[in-house]
Design a protein around this ligand. Sequence first.
Ligand SMILES: O=C([O-])C(=O)C[C@H](O)[C@@H](O)C(=O)[O-]
Ligand SMILES: [Mg+2]
Length: 432
Amino acid sequence: MTQDLTITEVRLTPILVADPPLLNTQGVHQPYTPRLVVEVVTAGGVTGVGETYGDTKYLDLAAPLADALPGRRVSDVNGLHRLAALVCGDSPEASGADAVDAGGLRGVQTADKLRLSVVSGFEVACLDALGKALGLPVHALLGGKVRDAVDYSAYLFYRWAAHPGGAGEPDDWGAALDPAGVVAQARRFARDYGFASFKLKGGVFEPDEEIAAVRALAEAFPGQPLRLDPNGAWSVETSLRVARELADILEYLEDPASTTAGMAQVAAGTEMALATNMCVTTFAEIPEAFAAGAVQVVLSDHHYWGGLRNTRELAAICRTFGVGLSMHSNTHLGISLAAMTHVAAVVPNLDYACDSHYPWQSEDVITERLEFKDGRLAVSDLPGLGVELDRGRLARLHRRWLEDDGAMRDRDDAAAMRAAEPGWTAPPVPRW
Ligand SMILES: O=C([O-])C(=O)C[C@H](O)[C@@H](O)C(=O)[O-]
Ligand SMILES: [Mg+2]
């Protein structure tokens, strides 16, 4: 092996990506959302790419890691985690205990979780470079794929036709603000991408309206898997009522209540499987939640959990405890979708179709967008992730970030909502 795997350069490129006016319980997506593209370059001349959150608090942690990494090898992924713990320090914004992320709806935010999200982008870039250097796909570096294609689910959102004042990039999806609008959106997802399971982002309207939307979906797509996710907006009582009303319809109910204790109370009163990407988003949160029987399905997310290898470890823990595994998504581009697909391909117990926001993203930084066929993505056997960075596209989205006055650089769905409803603040939990 003559390839020199030593990292000689790390490039960080913050970008702003167009995002439609998708509604959630905190507010609405901004016209543009921040992401960070990480590139690691080896002495052997190979470049690996990764992608993660791009808000200021993540950039603040990524910069010292990028400075410290040259001289290490892309194969030293354990060392990457140790290095990050040493050099990243705590983002000032992460130090407030129990702070809740303003846009990501990812539960309690800690310095540890922020650092792991940053490391995930670097880990993926290192694995991409290592795979390219060795001529192996990332899934082979993770032990080899156990499936040739990964199922994804349609991610339905209540939405407006356009951002207030026509901000951002227009699209032709139209508004979806009632059951008919949600079903029309789902039909388009089924027609254009072949998705066979559907998740509705809830917590936007009164629970009865969202129950009606899910019932309309069940009528339109009989027997197909459906999920509802209000991001912890409901009380235990409301959660139990919704679980009763949708008992025979939902595959699982995602984060009906907002804390482990609340989820445990809901779980004790229903047979419905409860899933989470809010109360179990890091290893330290597992023991309490599993002991309390608070969740029956964990939504993995390699950004949250610190990379692809940690996601595999999460899968092993879930398997051990008889807890199901699905996959969460936040706004992301093709680099992350490729990474999600590689890790999903190696986890035997990925029991559900994965979430992905990707169809909502009209822009990308790779040369060829990934294509869902029959609701699935083929697992790439090309070296590394199997995607190529498009430098022109990256430069354009970076220029947008440079020219932004700061309004879009930190995702804040409640602030975005104020463009339509001045005085709006993220509703207290439980909202209903
Ligand atoms: O499953 C989830 O909870 C999410 O995907 C969180 C996201 O932030 C989603 O709610 C969104 O993008 O509005
Ligand atoms: Mg969720």
